[in-house]
Design a protein around this ligand. Structure first.
Ligand SMILES: [Zn+2]
Length: 368
């Protein structure tokens, strides 16, 4: 099955842009270039043809990541920000509360803020597009992940295709490519190169994971996310507190930062809850559907805050080598966690839980 990882990735540092034009193999600007053209037309009060919008949403970046509602948001946000005659409506969105998870327009508000930011340096961003040395990005990102992995690193480590589009400040791994917001890269090239290394780790790891087994069990999926994101975050994050703070610096609503910190501070409780839900399900007190729903919603941000907390503890306890030897096996991840949990005052999984996940991980698969 296709695995998609939507990760909120925080950048931390800027690098001065090089001034030579280099080959841009692996990089596609199809979506962002057309978005720039449209933004130019809107800025000059020109009407954008329906056919042009359709072409934009048929480019790989938008087509892969956005559903119809999200495409409508992109169009509405671009018109509000770039067309000069929409200022009153734009101001009303920017002045509206930006702090509720129930807000149906929250995605739209995030988009609008990113486009306003892009517009504030639009000419420079367009120059950056043609002058930045994207060729070096590949070399740098590959070196980062190569140095991170245990040696020898085999030829399965590859640099993915990068699609640039204009959306929220984020990067998404779509399996065959990584889709980056152009403005995000413009603002934080070095942080984004490290994000690419993070995504390359995911892609590399996929070569070793046993997906048929993992993706047949909600519990293994959740543990897999904790392991995958926790290890990958060691590549590009600068500590949990900074990661949370960066969400607000990237102009996400403050509630994202609060949500991240809440999960971080409740890591032990959440892990205990995972075991408790699992036993309720095994003991017939919780239906499979309810179990699935609850465990999928247990760890916010795709498992980042809790997974990263665990992997930082591994580093603290000198367990990096053991963590990397089994980086594709979520059951070994939990066993390694259990070896240090008590000394950290964290929840220790019971023998019953560990036996259960061992059994899930080794169960025979039905013949195709
Ligand atoms: Zn990730």
């Amino acid at each position: 099955m296709t695995k998609t990882t939507f990760a909120v990735i925080a950048a931390t540092a800027m690098l001065f842009a090089a001034c030579t034009k280099a080959p841009t193999t692996n990089f596609s600007f199809e979506s962002s270039d057309l978005f720039f053209e449209i933004a130019d037309s809107l800025s000059q009060n020109q009407k954008v043809a329906e056919e042009t919008w359709a072409r934009l949403f048929d480019t790989k970046g938008y087509k892969t990541l956005c559903d119809d509602d999200e495409m409508n948001d992109v169009r509405r946000a671009a018109e509000l920000v770039f067309a000069p005659n929409k200022k009153a409506e734009l101001d009303s969105i920017l002045n509206a509360p930006y702090d509720s998870d129930d807000d149906v327009d929250l995605k739209m508000k995030i988009l609008v803020r990113n486009y306003v930011n892009l517009q504030s340096h639009f000419d420079d961003a367009k120059k950056f597009r043609t002058s930045y040395d994207f060729g070096k990005v590949k070399t740098k990102a590959t070196k980062i992940v190569h140095d991170f992995l245990p040696s020898p690193v085999d030829s399965l480590l590859t640099f993915p295709n990068i699609e640039f589009f204009c959306y929220a400040r984020d990067a998404s791994n779509c399996g065959s490519c990584i889709i980056f917001d152009f403005n995000y890269f413009y603002l934080y090239p070095q942080g984004c190169i490290e994000s690419m290394a993070h995504e390359m780790f995911h892609n590399y790891r996929y070569n070793f994971t046993n997906d048929d087994i993992i993706y047949s069990e909600p519990l293994l999926i959740v543990l897999d996310h904790l392991q995958d994101e926790g290890i990958a975050d060691l590549i590009n994050k600068k500590g949990s507190e900074n990661t949370a703070k960066n969400l607000t610096e990237l102009e996400y609503p403050e509630l994202y930062e609060q949500k991240y910190l809440k999960a971080l501070n409740n890591s032990s409780k959440l892990l205990a809850e995972l075991e408790s839900l699992t036993f309720q399900n095994l003991d017939g007190e919780l239906s499979d559907d309810d179990y699935k729903k609850q465990v999928y919603n247990l760890f916010p941000f795709h498992g980042h805050p809790v997974g990263y907390k665990i992997t930082q503890l591994f580093i603290k306890h000198g367990l990096r080598d053991q963590m990397m030897e089994t980086f594709y096996n979520p059951v070994e991840f939990i066993k390694l966690y259990n070896s240090i949990a008590e000394s950290e005052g964290m929840y220790v999984f019971s023998d019953r839980f560990v036996s259960h996940i061992e059994q899930l991980f080794t169960k025979p698969q039905p013949a195709e």
